[in-house]
Design a protein around this ligand. Structure first.
Ligand code: 2M8
Length: 415
């Protein structure tokens, strides 16, 4: 609760002061899920401030920038120059997106206080924006032509330096080649051994600049990074199920959303890797499945009609992810050669993905495991000052402290 107050800025909440000085898309959704227990109205405003930065094509931006803090984070508003791109909102934003967890958050916030939600017309106002957001994914992001949304940058997965992106990223030019180094204001606030490397940043900046230079129009056939991410698409399918509830609450038709969720669940099927026992990312440019098991490949467990639930549960409980014996669920396969217990999305456990797995386990009736995992998340959050992520083997905290979504999701699990 104190963390949520401390990180508050205007109507939204920063992921953390220092390292992340702007508003992030999926962070705001997780924040609202926790905030709704303290102030349903503030939780509504958290989401409304993000929805207010929607582009004309429906996208919800990865980051909404605070111009006053542009020196403190890279790439910022001066890099993106969103105001020069047709259809961008009045506020400066990044052109990329993040995983679509917003409809799930909006439904949870509405249900926290339906009277307040109705009084403020929260759901009525959020509904068309959420529809447009999902419409953007459907019409502009099906780059593989198979009914799934593609991401065009590792940042869009929310799991930036996940080993799932090593293969596709290796084919991306590095802006550092022949040029100056990349700006890393993040390293003023974080240990370099816990952040993505300069080699990764060189490629991240190349991709972001190319996307920006094509006016973020999703029509660049030569874009070097186009991937189908199982987590992004599972969260979209789950968001469609939430939209079915939103539509019903507004007296509308839930059926098209339920149908969409079923279609997305079916479209995920070719991403299943029997060898890994998880879903895996597909590089749309080469057609190859990435042979790495990450927590992203377990998140389809959220989907009720998933044909692979038994296999995923076995993998989650097995040596790769050790549900019940690891501190929390790691972001990468514990048995993989590249597993790194301290480096960001290459091994450590995160509250966001752990919270999502708690929901998935609950949904599948694994109530005792859901309760134990949720209790472990809360214990770890309280014990380590709401660390950004922790070592999955011994629980050592890493990253920034007083991290907003860790606090918000620990609060949600307490209530
Ligand atoms: C991390 O990503 C940003 C870029 O978006 C960064 O590394 O600077 C990720 O953990 C992402 O999932 C998260 O939304 C963001 C802010 O907490 O930080």
């Amino acid at each position: 609760m104190e963390v949520l107050l401390r990180n508050r800025a205007a109507l939204h909440t920063l992921p953390a002061t220092g390292l992340y000085p702007h508003q992030w898309s999926w962070d705001s959704a997780f924040t609202a899920i926790g905030l709704r227990h303290v102030s349903p109205r503030r939780a509504q405003q958290e989401l409304e401030s993000l929805l207010g930065a929607q582009w004309a094509d429906g996208r919800l931006p990865q980051i909404v920038f605070d111009r006053q803090r542009d020196e403190d984070y890279s790439p910022g508003a001066a890099f993106w120059r969103s105001e020069e791109i047709p259809g961008s909102p009045a506020v400066p934003t990044a052109g990329l997106v993040q995983p679509p967890v917003h409809a799930r958050a909006a439904l949870a916030v509405h249900r926290a206080d339906e009277a307040e939600s109705r009084r403020r017309g929260f759901l009525e106002r959020a509904h068309p924006r959420l529809l447009a957001w999902h419409g953007y994914l459907r019409t502009r992001r099906d780059r593989g032509g198979r009914g799934l949304a593609s991401i065009v940058h590792p940042w869009e997965s929310g799991m930036d330096n996940s080993p799932a992106w090593d293969g596709p990223l290796s084919r991306v030019p590095d802006v550092r080649a022949g040029g100056p180094g990349v700006p890393r204001p993040d390293l003023r606030h974080a240990d370099p051994s816990e952040r993505p490397s300069n080699a990764e940043y060189g490629r991240y900046l190349h991709l972001a600049a190319r996307y920006r230079d094509h006016r973020c129009d999703d029509a660049d056939a030569g874009h070097e990074f186009v991937c189908e991410d199982p987590a992004f698409n599972a969260l979209w399918a789950d968001a469609e199920l939430a939209m079915a509830e939103v539509a019903a609450a507004l007296g509308g038709d839930r059926a098209p959303h339920e149908a969409r969720a079923r279609e997305l669940t079916a479209a995920l099927e070719p991403l299943f890797s029997p060898a890994l026992g998880t879903y895996a990312a597909r590089d749309v440019r080469t057609g190859e499945l990435q042979r790495v098991a990450t927590v992203a490949g377990l998140l389809p467990l959220l989907l009720p009609h998933l044909p692979r639930a038994a296999e995923l549960l076995a993998t989650l409980r097995g040596p790769r992810f050790r549900l019940g014996t690891a501190v929390m669920v790691p972001s990468h396969d514990l048995t993989a050669a590249g597993f790194d217990r301290a480096r960001y999305w290459r091994g450590p456990s995160w509250s966001s993905t752990t919270w999502l797995l708690v929901q998935a386990l609950r949904g599948r009736g694994a109530v005792a495991e859901a309760r134990a995992l949720g209790a472990q998340l809360r214990r770890s959050a309280l014990q380590h000052g709401f660390a950004e992520y922790v070592d999955p083997i011994d629980g050592t905290p890493h990253g920034t402290r007083a991290f907003t979504w860790t606090a918000a999701l620990a609060l949600d699990l307490e209530l």
